[in-house]
Write a protein that binds this ligand. Structure first.
Ligand code: FAD
Ligand code: MLT
Ligand code: ZN
Length: 513
C-alpha cells in the first residue's frame, strides 16, 4: 500500500487480466418503429422476394441455413440499440466463401438487395435491413484457418467471434490488436467492415494497420483474394483498405489475416477520480509523457456516464465510499513486460499528479478481479444507459481542448423535460468522445434539436462526425460534414464500379447514390 496525501493506492500481485466480455441484450424491450416509416425512406428498385428465390437458396444451402420464419427473422431486423428496424423475410447463413459467392451472384443477377450482418452490435444502423433486403448472416463462417505463432498472425473466416479469437491467441502467448466492450458478440468481419477502434487503439493502432490481408466477395460473386500474411508488401494498389470500414457496401469480407502482438506479461490498471476536465487533460498529457511505451489505454468517463453502471448495473465505484463522487473518472491501463517496473512507473505517475493536485483520488491494481471491475465500469456504459429508455448516440472526434465542450453545449441547448441524461465518455487517448442523450423514448423534437446541430458543431471544430462507429444508415445525410465533395464523388464512383446494381447494403454510407 502506498499512502499519498491521504489517498490510498493498492497494488496487488499480478495475474493475467480477464475483462467482462459478453454484451448483454439491450435492457429496453420495446421494438422501434420501422426505419422506412420513422425516417421516410423510399424503397430502391429491387426485386421482391418470391418462392422461386427461396427455393434457389434452399437448394444451395440446406433448409436450416435458410430462415424464413418471421419470428426468427425479427432478431436480424432490429439493431442492438433498438434504433432501427427493417422487415426482411429471409436470412441466409453461408458457411463458406463459395456459398457467399453463389448467393451474391444470384442476388446480383436477380436484383435482390443484401444486408450483410455479423454480430449485429453496430451502433449506426448499418447491420440491419431498411426494407426487405436479404440478411446475409456471417455467424457460421467461424473457422480459424491458420495461426503463425512466430510471425504473430492469425488467418480466419470472417465470422469468428472477437473474444474466441482473443482466447485462441492467448493460448499461444499473443493477443488480438483490438478490444471492445462488444467482444463477446461482435465478429471479426464486422469489426473489419466498420474499422472498429476500441480500447487498445492507442497502443496498437487501427485495423488498417493490423489487417495484413483479406478475402472478399464482390457484388457479382467474384472472389477477390488479398489474403496476404506479410507485414511488408508494397506491390501495387492496396485494395484491402477498400473493404476495411466500407460497412458492407463494396463487398462481403469472408476471410481475414490479422497481426497479433505478444501478450503483455504485466498489466496494471489505475482508476482515477478528478474534479475538472482540465485535470483530465493534464492527466492524459502526463500519462503519455511518463508511461510512454507501456501505456495501453487511456479512457475518460464523466460522472453521469459512470452513474449508469453503478445505478442500473450495480457495479462498485472503487474510489467512492458514499458521497457524490467525482465529476470525471479516468481509466489508465499499462501493459508491459515487467510487473515491478510497470507498477513503479504507474505509481510514480499517479503520485506525482496527486501531489500536484491534478488527481483527487484513485486506486491501482494488477489483480484480475479488481481490474475487471474497473474495466466493467467503462465497458458497460453502453449497456447501462439503455436502462433509461432510448438513447441518441454520437461518436465524434474532436480536438482535445474542445473534447468535453460538446457535452456542455448540449446541456445548454436541450432543456426538454423528456431528457433523462446527457453524458460523455470515451477514448480520450484517441481524441474520440461518445456522446449519449437519453430519453424515455424516441422523440422527433429532440432528434431535430440534436441533428444537424451536433454535426455542424463538430465540423466547425474540424472534428469527425464518426470517430469509429461508421456512417451506417444513421449518418448518411451528415457525411458531407466530414468529407469533401470531391471525396464523396470518388466514393460514389467506386461504389458504382464495384456494385453497379447497388445490391450491397443499400441506404447505407452513400445514400442517395
Ligand atoms: P455488425 O454490427 O453485424 O455489422 C457492422 C457493419 O458491417 C454493418 O454495416 C454490416 O452490414 C457490415 N458487415 C458485417 N459483417 C460484414 C462482412 N463480413 N463483410 C462486409 N460487411 C459486413 N465500436 C468501436 O469502434 N469501438 C468500441 O469500443 C465499440 N464498443 C462497443 C461496445 C458495445 C457494447 C457495442 C454494442 C458496440 C460497440 N462498438 C464499438 C460498435 C462496433 O461497431 C461493433 O461492436 C463492431 O465493430 C461491429 O461488429 P459486428 O460483428 O457486430 O458487426
Ligand atoms: C465504447 O467505446 O464503449 C463504444 O464505442 C460503444 C459506445 O459508444 O456505446
Ligand atoms: Zn468507443
Amino acid at each position: 500500500m502506498i499512502q499519498s496525501r491521504g489517498f490510498t493506492f493498492r497494488t496487488c500481485s499480478h495475474l493475467i487480466r480477464k475483462k467482462y466480455y459478453v454484451v448483454s441484450r439491450n435492457a429496453s424491450s420495446a421494438l422501434p418503429e420501422l426505419t422506412s416509416v420513422r425516417y421516410k425512406v423510399e424503397r430502391g428498385p429491387y426485386a421482391t422476394l418470391t418462392d422461386g428465390h427461396v427455393n434457389f437458396f434452399t437448394n444451395l444451402l440446406d433448409q436450416n441455413r435458410v430462415v424464413t420464419d418471421p419470428d426468427e427473422c425479427e432478431g436480424y431486423n432490429v439493431d442492438w440499440v433498438k434504433m432501427v428496424r427493417g422487415k426482411s423475410r429471409l436470412v441466409l447463413k453461408p458457411k463458406s466463401t463459395e456459398e457467399v459467392s453463389a448467393i451474391l451472384k444470384y442476388c446480383n443477377e436477380n436484383r435482390l438487395a443484401v444486408c450483410p450482418q455479423s454480430g449485429n452490435t453496430g451502433l449506426v444502423g448499418g447491420s440491419v435491413p431498411v426494407f426487405d433486403e436479404i440478411v446475409l448472416s456471417m455467424r457460421l463462417m467461424n473457422s480459424i484457418i491458420d495461426t503463425d505463432e512466430m510471425a504473430g498472425v492469425v488467418v480466419c473466416q470472417a465470422g469468428c467471434i472477437l473474444q474466441s479469437l482473443e482466447e485462441h491467441m492467448h493460448k499461444v502467448g499473443l493477443i488480438m490488436p483490438l478490444d471492445l466492450g462488444a467482444k463477446g458478440s461482435c465478429l471479426i468481419g464486422g469489426c473489419v467492415s466498420t474499422n472498429a477502434g476500441g480500447l487498445r487503439l492507442l497502443r496498437y493502432g487501427n485495423l488498417h494497420g493490423n489487417v495484413l490481408g483479406l478475402e472478399a466477395v464482390k457484388a457479382n460473386g467474384e472472389v477477390l483474394n488479398c489474403l496476404n500474411t506479410l507485414k511488408k508488401d508494397n506491390t501495387g494498389y492496396h485494395l484491402k483498405h477498400l473493404f476495411i470500414g466500407s460497412e458492407g457496401t463494396l463487398g462481403i469480407v469472408t476471410k481475414v489475416a490479422i497481426q497479433c502482438p505478444p501478450s503483455p506479461k504485466a498489466t496494471n490498471v489505475a482508476f482515477l477520480g478528478l474534479d475538472s476536465f482540465d485535470s483530465v487533460l493534464k492527466t492524459y498529457c502526463s500519462a503519455k509523457a511518463n508511461l510512454g511505451e507501456i501505456l495501453s489505454s487511456c479512457e475518460m468517463i464523466d460522472k453521469l456516464s459512470l452513474e449508469v453502471c453503478t445505478k442500473y448495473l450495480h457495479l462498485q465505484n472503487p474510489i467512492t465510499s458514499g458521497g457524490d463522487g467525482h465529476n470525471f473518472y479516468m481509466l489508465i491501463e499499462t501493459a508491459g513486460s515487467h510487473l515491478a517496473h510497470d507498477e513503479e512507473k504507474l505509481n510514480a505517475f499517479v503520485e506525482k499528479a496527486m501531489n500536484e493536485g491534478i488527481i483527487a483520488d484513485g486506486t491501482l491494481s494488477s489483480e484480475p478481479s479488481k481490474m475487471q471491475n474497473m474495466w466493467a465500469l467503462r465497458e458497460r456504459i453502453t449497456e447501462g444507459i439503455m436502462h433509461e429508455g432510448y438513447v441518441f448516440k454520437y461518436d465524434v472526434s474532436l480536438p482535445l481542448k474542445d473534447f468535453y465542450k460538446i457535452i456542455e453545449a448540449l446541456r445548454e441547448r436541450l432543456k426538454s423535460p423528456e431528457i433523462r441524461r446527457i453524458s460523455g465518455y470515451g477514448h480520450i487517448g484517441d481524441g474520440n468522445i461518445h456522446v449519449q442523450v437519453a430519453t424515455k423514448e424516441y422523440n422527433d423534437e429532440i432528434a431535430a434539436q440534436l441533428e444537424p446541430f451536433i454535426f455542424e458543431y463538430v465540423s466547425k471544430l474540424h472534428g469527425s462526425v464518426s470517430a469509429e462507429h461508421g456512417i451506417g444508415f444513421k449518418k448518411t445525410k451528415f457525411l458531407h460534414y466530414s468529407k469533401d465533395a470531391s471525396v464523396i464523388s470518388l466514393m460514389k464512383q467506386i461504389k458504382r464500379m464495384m456494385d453497379p446494381n447497388h445490391i450491397l447494403n443499400p441506404y447505407k454510407v452513400l445514400h442517395p447514390l
